[in-house]
Each structure stands twice: as C-alpha cells, then as structure tokens.
Design a protein around this ligand. Structure first.
Ligand code: UTP
Length: 408
C-alpha cells in the first residue's frame, strides 16, 4: 500500500491524522506504518462515530443442561465415542492466548506466569500437562493450535521453545496470530501509540476462528480431517482439554457445539449463564442478569439459570465456516488505552480513556442451532486465574490445584 492509498483508506473513516508524522519518519518506519494501515479494519470505528447502538436481547428462557448424574450414567459410552474420535484424528484443541491479561498485570503473556511455590509451575505447563493426560489415554497426539497476538507472539513462541514444549510433540503445536483491531477515543478517533504505530489490540475472544482462517490454519484442519475443535481459555489451570467424555456426549446428542458449564457457586457469581434466546442457545453475561432471572426456578425448584460457562467449548468446525461468513456482532468496550498525545508524549492512563472493539465467542454460540451444556465438577475443573488476589486469582487457583493433588 502506498501513501495515497493509505490516505484514501483512512479518509473513508475520518482517520487521516494517523499519517500526521509520516513525512518525518524513516523509510522503514513509513513502510511499517503503511503496512499496519493496510492490515487494519477501520470500519469498526464507524460504530462509534455513528452512535453506539446496543442490540436489544431476545426472549430469554432456560436451557436444559446435561447434569453430572446423566453424564456419570453414560460416562463409559461417551468416553468410548470420544476416544474413537480422537484416535481417528478428528479432534483438535485451540488455546486462546491472545488476551492482554490486564487484570493479572504481568508484562509477560499470562501463560508464562509461574504459579509454583516450591518449584516453577507455569500456566502453560499446567495446560500441556492436562492435555498430555488425554494423549496418554488415547495413545495418539492431538493437534494444539495456540492463538497469540501481535503483542505476545514472540515471547510466547520463544517460551515454548525454551521449555522444550513441556515434552509435547512440537509437530503437533501450531501458533497463529490473532487479528488486531484499532483502539479509539470516545469520539472514534484512532489512537497512535507512537509516531509510526497505530494503537491496536487483539480483536476479542470471538476473533479466533476468522484469525485461524486468515492465518491459513483452517486449510490445514481440512487437509488433516479435524472435525471438532475444543476451544479453551489460557487461565483455567484445572480444565480438561479434549476431554473424551465431553466429545462423546456432544457427538451423541448431535449438537453443533458443547459448552462445559459449572453450577453457580452463588447467585451473584460473575459468570455468564447458558440459556435460550428466542429459542436458540445463548449466554446471559453476569452484568446482564436481572434479579428476576436470578430468582427464576425450574420445575424441581432449582434456579433455572444456574449453569455458568467456563470458556471451554467444543465446536463442530464445518458449521463455523458457515456462521463466520455472517458477521459477528461488534462489542465496544471502555478500556485504558496507552497512547501518544498531541505533543508526542507517551501516556499510560490510569482510568479508561477510550474504546476497544471486540467480537465474543458467546455470539458464535448464539449463531448455532444446537448446544449441549455439559456439567463439570467445579472443584475439579474450574480454577481460573484472572486477578492477583481474591476471587479467581492465583491464590484461589493454588488452593484448588492442591485439593486436586497437584504439587506446587
Ligand atoms: P479474558 O476476557 O479474561 O481477557 O480472556 P484477558 O485478556 O485474558 O484478561 P483481562 O480481561 O485483560 O484481564 C478470556 C480468554 O480469551 C483470550 C484470553 O487470552 C483468555 O484465554 N482472549 C481474550 C484472546 O485470546 N484474545 C482476545 O482478544 C481476548
């Protein structure tokens, strides 16, 4: 892309200020900036400049989850189906590690965090260890796709190499970078990070499939014959990945997606709950859960919206291709965005100063016809690390790891 083309592209969205320093840059920096402009989708800013419109929610009704009792009664059969699927090479795993981990506040990628006490125990190490349990059980390697972002790709890949992939077969680990979205002021003006760099951030946890497509990973998936993708977050150090029983249950119920869920610890727990919205699977985020929703009971007198999602989903890949041709809704999120001010000073704000643009995995669920909420025991499979202390923290995860016999 040359200067004029970049200028025309920016002019469409009123973002010409991004070229303000162009003439003062070295040739290399000029090239870098033009290529960043070429690779960035500025259309997202129109959602601010045209006025933010939240789409109203549809009619919310309860969804039936497969409970632990039902799972235990069929565990053998589900596990058999799951193992057959894995051994046939039809299941892969996708680790979402493109996030910024701002709440944990570490300079390194979240997965590099050492949660050990007497010895190093890295988050990535726990994840690989958990996946190795299934590899050992199935007697076959499972392809693991790791999504990084522009911000953490080099450090993540270098770390895995340095740790010798935690004994995983490196031919089965594939890194790909998530697409980035520009960050903007409250008026929709894209921030600059430096004179030759636009402020961008990863485009949300719903960006994984289109980023896989753009990185050519889906071609590999089709060639290899992978049909199911188990997508999971980096921060749950107890989660089971490519869990044969979960895979078997989702297949046996002929669902497009399976969602691991936990019973809410208390009505106010900050987890999104599964539901139906206008008859389709959906999730009500914790901040959208009304008093009335929290108090609704089912026919057994149990809370009707009691199953929280833990960001561990099993998608039938074929259907993702179809839904990703339709655009996912864009979420506009207020965040602290480091930027360069008018005088060229770099500012690290202490409070939110603008918007980031994200797509969310939960909207992918809503675009599919069928979903199996699959209950797991929260004390065995849910130890998220979001914060340094308190709820969902390093402290709480350590307690749960110890409870599960894991040495730290
Ligand atoms: P969170 O929503 O908890 O975000 O991500 P985060 O970036 O890890 O942490 P905060 O909110 O900044 O403190 C849930 C999962 O989705 C991934 C994260 O890496 C994590 O595994 N994610 C999130 C991405 O891969 N890309 C994104 O753009 C956002």
């Amino acid at each position: 892309m040359n200067f004029n083309e970049a200028h025309d592209k920016l002019a469409k969205y009123g973002q010409e200020h991004l070229l303000k320093y162009y003439n003062r840059l070295s040739t290399e920096s000029q090239k870098g900036l033009l290529s960043q402009i070429e690779g960035t989708d500025f259309s997202v800013t129109a959602s601010v400049t045209n006025g933010i419109k939240e789409k109203p929610r549809g009619v919310i009704t309860p969804i039936k989850a497969m409970t632990l009792d039902e799972i235990n009664a069929n565990r053998e059969e589900f596990t058999k189906t799951g193992l057959e699927t894995i051994r046939a090479g039809k299941a892969g795993a996708v680790l979402l590690a493109g996030g910024m981990g701002t709440r944990l506040g570490s300079d390194n990628p979240k997965g590099m965090y050492d949660i050990g006490i007497t010895k190093p125990v890295y988050i990535f190490q726990r994840i690989i260890r958990n996946l190795l349990d299934v590899v050992d059980m199935a007697g076959t390697w499972i392809h693991l796709f790791i999504m990084t972002s522009d911000k953490n790709h080099e450090s993540t890949t270098a770390f895995f190499k340095e740790q010798d992939y935690f004994t995983y077969n490196k031919d089965y680990i594939h890194f790909f970078k998530q697409d980035m979205a520009p960050a903007a002021t409250y008026n929709g003006q894209v921030f600059m990070e430096d004179k030759d760099r636009i402020a961008t951030s990863p485009n949300g946890n719903g960006g994984w499939y289109s980023s896989m497509q753009n990185a050519g990973i889906t071609d590999f998936i089709h060639k290899t014959g992978i049909e199911w993708l188990n997508v999971f977050a980096v921060d749950n150090v107890l989660q089971r990945i490519a869990d044969p029983c979960f895979i078997g249950a989702t297949i046996s119920r002929n669902c497009s997606v399976g969602a691991k869920v936990v019973r809410k610890a208390d009505p106010d727990e900050k987890v999104g709950v599964m539901c139906l919205e206008d008859g389709r699977p959906s999730i009500v985020e914790y901040y959208e859960q009304t008093e009335q929703l929290r108090n609704t009971l089912d026919e057994n007198g149990e809370p009707a919206y009691n199953f929280g999602v833990i960001l561990n989903y099993l998608f039938r890949e074929k259907e993702l291709e179809e839904i990703c041709n339709n655009e996912l809704p864009l979420h506009i999120v207020e965040k602290k965005i480091p930027y360069m001010d008018e005088e060229g000073n770099f500012i690290n704000p202490e409070k939110p100063n603008g918007y980031k643009f994200e797509t969310l995995i939960l909207d992918m669920i809503h675009m599919l016809d069928t979903c199996l909420p699959f209950e797991v025991d929260r004390n065995k499979e849910f130890a998220p690390i979001k914060n340094k202390t308190g709820a969902d923290s390093i402290e709480s995860a350590r307690e749960l790891l110890k409870e599960n016999g894991i040495e730290l």
